[in-house]
Design a binder for this molecule. Structure first.
Ligand SMILES: *Cc1c(COP(=O)(O)O)cnc(C)c1O
Length: 378
């Protein structure tokens, strides 16, 4: 059996190696390392795939979120509602810009931000909501957009984990995650569903004026060369990453299917076991399984992950410390508070290997080993 990894970018690369190597050599030969033509080609192809008007490439997903918040003109002290149960990048940039993150609970079944909790957290200082499509599943965007419209708030989607997922509205209309809010953000970190061979990110919007602002901010606030109209930053997708991403974009749906097939296998093996809760599939979302995350009930998580490690099966806790308990926020004057749902989930989730290259033998071995542990520890 091949060695099991959380993410197997190497095997995936081997399958597109000829094409990728040729494209990368092409960039080396052209030596247009920054702002080469392929960057715009990739951005246009990604816009077409997502059905969004503007794609602004940038340096990484964290930058994408920061630039989005800057483009909306949020001011120090403005409140931004966001889940605590997410990767730190989502909430870190809020504090970095001297905005106030207001942490709210997620739904314990879907792991996505809870609309009722959003409504309760709104104050006169609230300016924006940042839902996260966690683990590859869409947050309940229709409800979130309705709350935002009613309260005159911006919505920035953190789509770093769900690029390619569809959201289905109650009238049957489907849209890609990241294209529903005022701005969407994504990451091309190598392990993401559309992963580069280095860092990368992108920002999406259907609004022409916002697109102009986003582009300007990502490029030193320049309206034209050496004329800097607003305070910006320097955040670029380099040409080598763009050619890699353009090739991988043509495989993105196939990659999502492979992840879903692995998730289906896990579901089948674990469903019905009263100690293991398989990830819920929200009716509004097509799930692209950036992570496959179980909730353990009455099982010693550390003992399980140690046992799996001994058997050559990696596992991860995403994430061991939720935002509302991170020291960095306390330093910014946001004291920790009680968040029972988030704390409960944080102590019980475990993510299994999921990627495009898991084979039947590996999946059988992983599920057999986990069930063996669970059934012996009743
Ligand atoms: C990966 C990730 C980011 C940040 O992306 P980087 O490219 O690593 O900066 C932001 N939010 C979420 C939810 C992520 O998973």
């Amino acid at each position: 059996m091949r060695q099991i990894q959380m993410v197997d970018t190497h095997t995936q690369y081997q399958k597109i190696k000829t094409e990728v190597d040729q494209a990368v050599i092409g960039v080396l030969e052209s030596s247009a390392f920054i702002n080469g033509k392929p960057v715009q080609t990739f951005a246009s192809n990604l816009s077409a795939y997502l059905g969004v008007k503007h794609t602004i490439p940038c340096g990484n997903g964290t930058d994408a979120l920061q630039i989005a918040m800057m483009a909306l003109g949020l001011q120090p002290g403005d409140e931004v509602i966001t889940p605590s149960f997410t990767y730190i990048a989502t909430t870190e940039v809020i504090a970095l810009l001297r905005l106030t993150p207001v942490f709210v609970e997620v739904d314990p079944e879907t792991f996505c931000i809870d609309p009722a909790a959003i409504e309760k957290a709104i104050t006169p200082r609230t300016r924006a909501i940042v839902p996260v499509h966690l683990y590859g599943q869409a947050a309940p965007m229709e409800e979130i957009m309705a709350i935002a419209a009613k309260n005159n708030l911006y919505v920035i989607e953190d789509n770093a984990q769900a690029l390619g997922a569809d959201y289905t509205f109650s009238d049957g209309v489907k849209k890609k995650t990241g294209t529903i809010g005022h701005i969407g953000c994504t990451s091309f970190y190598p392990s993401k569903n559309l992963g580069a061979y280095g860092d990368g990110g992108a920002i999406f919007t259907n609004d022409d004026e916002l697109a102009r602002q986003l582009k300007m901010i990502a490029n030193h606030g320049q309206s034209r060369r050496y004329y800097h109209d607003v305070v910006g930053c320097n955040s670029r997708l380099d040409t080598i990453q763009a050619v890699v991403l353009d090739i991988k974009l043509s495989h993105l749906d196939e990659y999502a299917s492979a992840r879903r097939a692995a998730a289906d296998f896990y579901d089948q093996a674990f469903r019905g076991n009263d100690k293991i809760r398989v990830p819920a599939r929200a009716p509004w979302s097509h799930h692209v399984f950036h992570q496959y995350t179980l909730v353990l009930e009455g099982i010693d998580r550390d003992a399980l992950s140690q046992y799996l490690a001994e058997k050559g099966i990696p596992s991860m806790i995403y994430y061991p410390v939720p935002g509302h308990r991170q020291k960095m926020f306390e330093q910014s004057g946001i004291p920790a508070k009680e968040m029972p749902v988030t704390d409960w989930l944080t102590s019980r989730v475990i993510s299994l290997p999921i990627h495009t290259e898991l084979d039947q033998e590996q999946l059988e071995y992983i599920t057999r080993t986990i069930l063996g542990f669970v059934n012996n520890n009743k």
